[in-house]
Design a protein around this ligand. Structure first.
Ligand code: 26Q
Length: 827
């Protein structure tokens, strides 16, 4: 510290920055010429984007360092959000918004003859996530910075993010997403905090200098974890938190050994294996178990992050860990980073010489686990042989945790061996498996679901044995989204209208939107509301025309379903409804018709056969519908390719109707549903996940409900006869007929037989046929309602007005009050 003062190389002595438009313009010019070394005006837009991004980044640097300093000085409790995914999207617009530099930046760009939108569009999405879980992590860190909570995000700096989706002949084709190719202005490499991560080798027991038997991990192959930090700005509060992402690299020692053995090229090639760890994000958002590289990624993140936290602890407090649990908490984003439980135990015992009980007391008071799925097949399991080969010392520890846990069960339920078998962290069978969710529950003081229904179902079903043992651990934390990105940034016209009407408090206190309620009956306000929606629909229509070559008429109802393609999310039900509408048009049943533009978008896991077929079906139905002159403007359907964060920023402000139609009891929460609601869309949905809470907030009369309840779904399976349902419903029968006669697969007979068979199967877990009729009826209600534009706009305003609960600011306050117990850090 003192040498910094002497050399005056510190933030206080850095030249001041001007936030005027002239100051920004100068910054852009300086970075363009001096940082990027561009000497001609006609260079690519990307340099111009970079010059702007560097200029904005300059304005974050000081606050970032001050935030770190304030955290250090205060030395209060801190939280770490461990996640294999952070789906950040673009950073530039968000930084400009949160710094309050919107107007100045617009003027500066104008004065330089540059276009704001074009600059924004130059930035590549940081797509380091699959969907909901990854985007939730991104919204969480935004809200934590805004609430000044000392929370650090820890993740992996994948070289390749979520694949880019192309549509070729109606089919999904995947292309690698090399998002770092043009550089990343927002990250700073911090090689000084590099960590060594062990893999392989074996455990050795030895006597320490006091004669105590201890374990150590020997003969391991090590990999380096190099951190890259990204600033996470709070909203106009000068707080800037950190997202620390780890990149893997080969160790030098490893190379040298090989080199001395005379095999230099082989040793360089061996770098590969190390560098592969952070190479690519796994693109499945449900289970794909047993892949060794995935387990490497999980341990790599867990070990690097926990070592980083322990390093900081020891620097500040030495090796006394008595206050560690009081001052630190790790939130595990699903089971993916759960090996952290065993890793913290290992480090405390093997590196810092704590006894088991002391280490366990710390670990089990420090870890908290969030579950994101009810699908039993999506619960992570790792084969013991694989785990033991890769992480031998950690397997010892998992076994020991399990042994002690089983004896606790035996004490509580003497003789109940069946219960021990059910609850064991190790699943017995042909191949023994580690049940990661059970390890997470045993090792954590808090276990939460992500919506009320989901949390209720967890304790009644999947985790009921654990609830019986530790009811106090279980709690609900309903998800949210950040209104900064999902309203203020992506829907500027509506935001301006709201701010002009009720002030701007809603940007950090979303409940303030309730003040809009009386304006739902104010003709002048409603007129402006419609104009905003109209503008947003025109913007989306332009994008749809560019991307899909289909014309959307902004007068039509924009009916939208964007999310990962999954059978349980039932994009298929949506297509069946579109086919039904098409059939009605062909039959001439179009009196009082409500024109619709239906947009469906989302990625399918590359190995998920039926999900990919559903994409093909959507495209084939679209081809027929959009080119039939009888249909015209009455109905359009598009499959929007490469759905991603930056696409949602254009899509959600333009929606009239939000499709949230999962089989009840299967969607843990949903978060897209919240983005649509905030932007004034009405929901058509089942009683699933957070839909239930959305409907509670906005009122039954402003929500199109349909379908079986979760309880009814459970019962329905036993005597389910979809063929009878189809036969008894003329509309449904005709839809199936169109599908089965090859109307949408003229040149490829039988193309969709796997889909029609699934619908007709008694074992269809997603009960598509069971909900068809009530879905079509609810859609008809929506169509009727849309015709009364005045009443529709009222309902639209109510949706925004009652969306306050679904801010991640509220979610983070809930986590903090019940789990983390952090104090905000004032600068
Ligand atoms: C597991 C093993 C191997 C490889 C990948 C995975 C994997 C990766 C991602 C498993 C699951 C995911 C993502 C799950 C997810 O996004 N779940 C969603 O989480 C949201 C936030 O809580 C909820 O709103 C959604 O309901 C839930 O589906």
């Amino acid at each position: 510290m003192s040498e910094h003062t002497e050399t005056r190389l510190n933030i206080m002595d850095a030249p001041a920055l001007s936030t005027s438009s002239e100051g920004l313009a100068k910054g852009i010019q300086r970075h363009y010429v001096r940082t990027l070394g561009v000497h001609h005006a006609g260079s690519s837009n990307h340099y111009k984007y970079q010059a702007l991004a560097y200029t904005i980044r300059d304005h974050l640097m000081e606050s970032w360092q001050l935030t770190k300093k304030a955290n250090h000085m205060k030395s209060g409790k801190r939280a770490y959000y461990l996640s294999l995914e952070f789906l950040m999207g673009r950073a530039l617009g968000n930084a400009i918004l949160n710094l309050g530099l919107d107007e100045q930046a617009t003027k500066a760009l104008h004065d330089l003859g540059l276009d704001f939108e074009e600059m924004i569009d130059e930035e590549h999405d940081a797509g380091l996530g699959n969907g909901g879980l990854g985007r939730l992590a991104a919204c969480f860190v935004d809200s934590c910075a805004t609430l000044k909570l000392p929370v650090t995000g820890y993740g992996i700096r994948y070289e390749y993010g979520m694949f880019r989706q192309h549509i070729v002949d109606g089919n999904q084709a995947e292309e690698p997403d090399h998002w770092l190719r043009d550089g990343n202005v927002w990250e700073l490499e911090r090689p000084e905090y590099t960590q060594h991560i062990h893999f392989g080798g074996r455990t050795e027991r030895f006597h320490d200098e006091n004669g105590v038997v201890r374990s150590r991990w020997v003969d391991s192959q090590d990999v380096l974890a190099v951190p890259f930090d990204t600033p996470i700005p709070g909203f106009k509060n000068r707080s800037v938190n950190t997202l620390r992402l780890w990149k893997s690299a080969a160790t030098d020692e490893f190379d040298l050994g090989e080199f001395n053995a005379g095999s230099y090229p082989e040793s360089v090639a061996a770098k590969n294996e190390a560098e592969h760890i952070s190479m690519v994000l796994y693109p499945n958002d449900a289970s794909e178990n047993g892949k060794e590289l995935r387990l490497r990624q999980q341990y790599f993140l867990a070990s690097a992050s926990i070592k980083d936290v322990l390093r900081q602890w020891v620097e500040q407090h030495g090796v006394d860990f008595s206050l560690f649990a009081e001052k630190n908490v790790f939130q595990l984003n699903d089971t993916h980073p759960t090996v952290s439980v065993a890793e913290l135990m290992r480090l405390l015992m093997d590196e810092y010489r704590l006894e088991w009980d002391a280490a366990w007391a710390i670990t089990s008071k420090t870890m908290a686990y969030t579950n994101h799925t009810l699908l039993p097949e999506a619960l992570e399991r790792w084969p013991v042989y694989l785990f033991g080969r890769l992480l031998p010392r950690l397997l010892d520890i998992v076994y020991e945790i399990n042994a002690r846990f089983l004896s606790e069960i035996a004490k509580k339920w003497p003789g109940d061996v069946e219960r021990q078998r059910r609850m064991s962290i190790i699943e017995e069978g042909e191949t023994q498996q580690i049940r990661m969710a059970y390890l997470a529950i045993v090792g954590s003081f808090s276990v939460n679901g992500v919506a009320q229904l989901h949390s209720d179902l967890l304790v009644e079903g999947l985790f009921s044995d654990f609830y019986a043992m530790w009811p106090e651990k279980f709690n609900n934390k309903t998800n949210g989204v950040t209104q900064r990105r999902w309203m203020a940034w992506c829907n500027k016209s509506m935001s301006q209208l709201i701010t002009d009407t009720i002030g701007d408090a809603w940007i950090t206190k979303l409940d303030a939107l309730k003040q809009l309620v009386p304006y739902a009956d104010d003709a002048a306000f409603c007129k402006k509301w419609v104009a905003c929606k109209r503008q947003n629909k025109e913007r989306l229509a332009r994008l749809v025309e560019e991307e899909c070559g289909v014309i959307f008429n902004p007068d039509a109802m924009f009916d939208i379903q964007v999310k990962r393609i999954h059978e349980y999310k039932r994009q298929l039900l949506n297509v069946l409804h579109v086919i039904h509408l098409y059939d009605r048009i062909k039959r001439g049943d179009t009196e009082n018709w409500t024109p619709r533009c239906v947009l469906i978008g989302g990625k399918a896991a590359p190995g998920y056969y039926i999900a990919k077929k559903i994409i093909k079906l959507i495209n084939n139905v679209a081809e027929v519908v959009n080119n039939d002159p009888d249909v015209g403007d009455k109905l359009k359907l598009v499959f929007f390719p490469n759905y991603r964060v930056s696409a949602m920023e254009v899509i959600c402000p333009a929606a009239d109707l939000s499709e949230q139609i999962s089989t009840a009891g299967k969607e843990a929460s949903g978060t897209g549903n919240m983005k649509f609601m905030m932007n004034g869309a009405l929901t058509i949905g089942t009683l699933d996940g957070a839909n239930i809470e959305i409907r509670e907030e906005v009122g039954d009369e402003n929500f199109f409900l349909f379908g079986l309840t979760a309880e009814e779904v459970d019962k329905a399976h036993s005597n389910y006869d979809p063929n009878a349902v189809i036969a008894a419903d003329e509309d449904f029968r005709r839809v199936m007929e169109l599908l089965e006669c090859g109307h949408f697969s003229q040149f490829e007979p039988g193309l969709f037989s796997s889909i029609t068979h699934a619908i007709r199967s008694d074992d269809d877990p997603w009960l598509v046929a069971a909900d068809f009729r009530s879905y079509v009826d609810a859609q008809q209600q929506a169509s009727e309602a849309y015709k009364d534009q005045k009443s529709w706009q009222r309902m639209s305003i109510f949706n925004t007005a009652y969306s306050g609960k679904f801010s991640t600011d509220r979610t983070m306050e809930d986590y903090n009050r019940d789990i983390w117990k952090l104090e905000p850090v004032e600068l």
